[in-house]
Design a protein around this ligand. Sequence first.
Ligand code: C2E
Ligand code: CA
Ligand code: CA
Length: 597
Amino acid sequence: DRAAAFSAAVLAASPDAIVVDELISGRSVYASRMAAEIVGETAGVTDVALASAGAQPEDQHRLAEALAAVGDLSDGQVLQVRYRSRDAESGHRWLSRRITPFRRDEDGRPVEILSVVRDVSDIVAAEETLTHAALHDPLTGLPNRTLLSDRLTGALFRARRHQQEVAVLFCDLDGFKRVNDSTGHAAGDAVLVETARRLRDCLRSLDTVARVGGDEFVVIVEPLDHGDTVPMPTARQLGESVARRIVATVGKPVVVGETSQSITVSVGLAFAGGAGDAEMTAEDVLRDADAAMYRAKSRGGDRFEVCDPGLQSDLTERGRVASLLRHAIASSSDGVDSPGMSTAPPRGRATCAGALDVAYQPIYDADTGRLAGFEALARLSDSGGTPVPPDVFINVAEEIGLIRPLGMQVLKQACGALARWRSTLPDADHLTMAINLSARQAHHPDLVDEVLAALAEEHLPPDKIVLELTESVLIQAGPSTVKTFQTLHDAGVGIHIDDFGTGYSSLRYLVEFPVTAVKIDRSFTAGLPDDPTSLSIVRAVAGLARDLNLGCTVEGIETVEQQSSLPDGVLLQGYLLGRPGPASSAEQTILAHQTAK
Ligand code: C2E
Ligand code: CA
Ligand code: CA
């Protein structure tokens, strides 16, 4: 009849498989056209045990549970189960099966059930992609912070149950900012991808490594009991050996295109889940590991440190540096650094105050051996006089928005020092002072006024001041920044490109930007005299600078061999010729230079 023909047509046309199974025997009494394809069931085929109809072993229990629950359904109620079925081609496919009672016996118990089965492999794949994207870092493919917290929470749970600690390692690359700033993001990305690969290589497959920030990675190491008779290493032993391996492996140079990037890593280790710390959350462990990492960083990086109770109760190192900086900058803006002051660094009144000071490193003319000037380098020390590495506090100052006041203080102090030397020491008139500018300062609209005011205050000729910028500043420079530097350049201020030579697109800026000199990155100097690539780059850049009528400084000269392999016409800077020192030693350098001639 028409009704039967209609439903037959609908069933035949449906992209879903429609199957009626006898519950007790598991025999299919009806199967639509698509059933053979989707479920592999055909009507009348006996001994298709329903509970395992095509389902993969690991999913059979789901199907079995669903079928057991069908008995409780009233008519029209539907139960849904998703499982994988074996598929000759792709291994498995995902099926979604909606089940409802179809025919009941006198007692009302279902004897036949109807299933609508749909192939949802595409949907599951899309879902997996989405979940993966939500839980992984797209660049390295590693788990992200969300997945990390999940895994860490699970690891802490297991740790407590087995009374066996887990180790958490917080890894932060040293000098990554420098790679990114001087070589650009593509090279930075390549370094991160390579670092991720190396971290994986340092671990067993069951360990987790996640990327939780720009150049920050977290590793979870769980000592797992294999039931071996040999004593199992503790989390501490495992953690330390993994940390050691990471520092050694990640610290090897990374080759990116033509250049080799020297990258090291600071690792902080923390443990949790032992008998003592039932309360520790994933957040707590991460904070401890992070604090230990900062300690590793402040001890020079390229090492690991273990979180200890002292560190836990301490402020994190970052917090400590931030408060040192706040104190140092607050106490200096009280007018302590006014012109004519002694060379003593401004000291805060509070005993916990950090002191911000400037060190001066001499720069020489290679051809004449003459002292050409100094680079001003910011120095921060705590109340005990222990210095904080510039790479650490410059970063913190940038993070907490203090880099501009810090830079201003360096600028004023350095201008004051140069003015004093010019008026009190012989043969100091030609000396220049180089000041480092971070991006935030360079892009600020007040920069011109601030620099010119600092010069005017000390009655310094503008051409005795040099501003050092990294290529990243130039890369990000919009028209207003170009204008800023054009104005400064027109006033006579020198503009040098710091860390030059590692950028693949660096040459463009020499033409488009008002640059007066380039400063060849010290990673090239480090390769001299034996590495032919470094040598040819140094020579090419020096030659290019000469052709473009630009100055050229080679920094990081540590050995006589390095110095003697340099081309003519460059300025020299490095430990071999003079380390950065306080104003008093800069004065001595100027005087010694006088008598030496
Ligand atoms: P930079 O501008 O490349 O400064 C040169 C760095 O090389 C200084 O490190 C200096 O001490 C070091 N150096 C000099 N000669 C040698 C050598 O022969 N061998 C080696 N290995 N290193 C040498 P420092 O003082 O630790 O400063 C690190 C970075 O911190 C600077 O790199 C600069 O980017 C930043 N910085 C320092 N002072 C300031 C500042 O006042 N403002 C800003 N924005 N950044 C600053
Ligand atoms: Ca510099
Ligand atoms: Ca430099």
